[in-house]
Design a protein around this ligand. Structure first.
Ligand code: CTP
Length: 393
């Protein structure tokens, strides 16, 4: 899987540092050649001898020393990928601002290849605006984030902030090293919530922010795909993303149906209105006229239109549920999709507006997988990993 690939594993100072030992073992088992860099605080949590025994070479800890003149540039020139796991809030901050006064961040700054980061910290630290800003900056710089996920934290606490499992970090390293693994793919993504006019001033809408669809479009573009993003929300900027701004279900249907026949994969993440006012008022409805009789009519089923195409793109649908995704297993068959991503939009940390999501992934063959609470960027990359896997079989 990673035969002969040269990886710098950066370990920073958190309780999850013990997981770095498992991760190092997994990377070595996958065939990678490892050089480990430990920060000073990492040494408080994990003995360098453990990493030396796993990798066959003592970890490096200092930027300055008698052995080499410029360890950071040597490591950066040597490596195919840099992985930081666990990454503390402090390391994320220093990476985001380019504060390269230790060996790890100096190596990352001198390195031009892919960087994978697995954050681990307490929920409050992960959710602090400073960390949110730093994570957004790093994602914007092309750093691949894995997790964090929800679960037991240091000191008996529970919540979002736990480092992703070593297997998931390895999968992300494999994905980034396969480089532009979506190169040549034409991808269509829908995002945001539709707005159906009641009159020129008001509309019927929903709480979708477009963040999940945006993350999916951006991850695809970064991995080499050419992306058409049909959206009602402010879009991300990337040279490989063409944005078609829409507002209503009918406009979204026209744009999606126009692009779908030329697409290899369609991910329909938008929250589309099922019904719209049949006759929107041409002028503002007046309070003095009393409550209006709103007659609704169905909107086009955009997903069904794409599912009916022959040939049709690989099709991913979303299902917003209020409660456990029990209705989703019927939807996966009924909608003719290749994958259905269901989420309970009422669950804490999941659903509309936030930066995180927890989803259930269903296939028509009946496979069901739970992807625990993690950043929308992390869900997006995991989705593309899965699509690559399914499409290559
Ligand atoms: N969708 C669509 N066109 C619509 C409504 C929904 O293409 N008019 C798509 C969404 O983009 C999503 C999927 O269908 O990918 C499922 O949306 P959801 O609202 O969960 O499904 P519904 O079929 O509307 O089911 P229900 O309202 O019964 O939960």
């Amino acid at each position: 899987m990673l035969a002969g690939r040269r990886i710098v594993l950066g370990v920073t100072g958190g309780v999850a540092a013990f997981k770095a030992a498992y991760l190092a073992r997994r990377l070595v088992e996958a065939g990678a050649v490892l050089r480990v860099v430990m920060t000073r605080s990492a040494l408080e949590f994990l003995g360098p001898q453990t990493m030396a025994a796993i990798t066959g070479t003592p970890p490096l800890t200092e930027l300055f020393g008698p052995d080499t003149v410029s360890p950071h540039t040597e490591l950066a020139a040597w490596a195919d990928a840099v992985v930081v796991a666990p990454a503390t809030a402090a390391t994320l901050a220093r990476m985001a601002s380019g504060e390269s006064d230790d060996l790890l961040v100096a190596t990352i700054l001198a390195f031009e290849g892919p960087v994978v980061v697995a954050p681990a910290m307490h929920t409050e630290m992960w959710e602090h605006p400073a960390t949110r800003r730093n994570v957004a900056m790093l994602a914007g710089d092309g750093v691949r984030l894995v997790g964090p996920v929800s679960g037991a934290l240091a000191g008996g606490d529970e919540g979002l902030g736990r480092m992703a499992e070593p297997e998931d970090v390895v999968a992300a390293v494999v994905a980034v090293l396969s480089g532009s693994d979506l190169s040549g793919w034409k991808v269509l993504v829908s995002a945001g919530g539709t707005r159906e006019p009641v009159d020129p001033v008001r509309y019927i809408g929903n709480r979708s922010s477009g963040k999940m669809g945006n993350a999916i479009a951006l991850a695809a573009a970064r991995r080499g795909a050419t992306v058409t993003l049909v959206t009602t929300a402010p879009p991300p900027h990337h040279p490989a993303i063409t944005v078609i701004a829409v507002e209503t279900a009918a406009e979204m249907a026209a744009a999606v149906w126009g692009a779908a026949p030329h697409s290899d994969v369609a991910v329909l993440a938008a929250a589309v209105a099922d019904f719209r006012p049949a006759a929107p008022a041409p002028t503002k409805l007046r309070r003095s006229a009393g409550p209006p009789d709103l007659v609704l009519e169905p909107t086009p089923d955009i997903l069904a239109g794409v599912a009916a195409l022959r040939p049709r793109p690989f099709l991913v649908g979303f299902a917003a549920e209020t409660g456990p995704a029990s209705g989703a297993s019927e939807k996966v068959a009924a909608k003719g999709v290749d994958l259905l991503i269901a989420n309970d939009v009422t669950a804490p940390g999941a659903g509309f507006g936030g930066d995180t999501n927890a989803v259930t992934v269903l296939t028509p063959a009946g496979a069901v997988e739970e992807w625990p609470l993690q950043s929308k960027e992390s869900i997006a990359d995991r989705l593309w990993d899965r699509i690559v896997e399914v499409r290559s079989h």
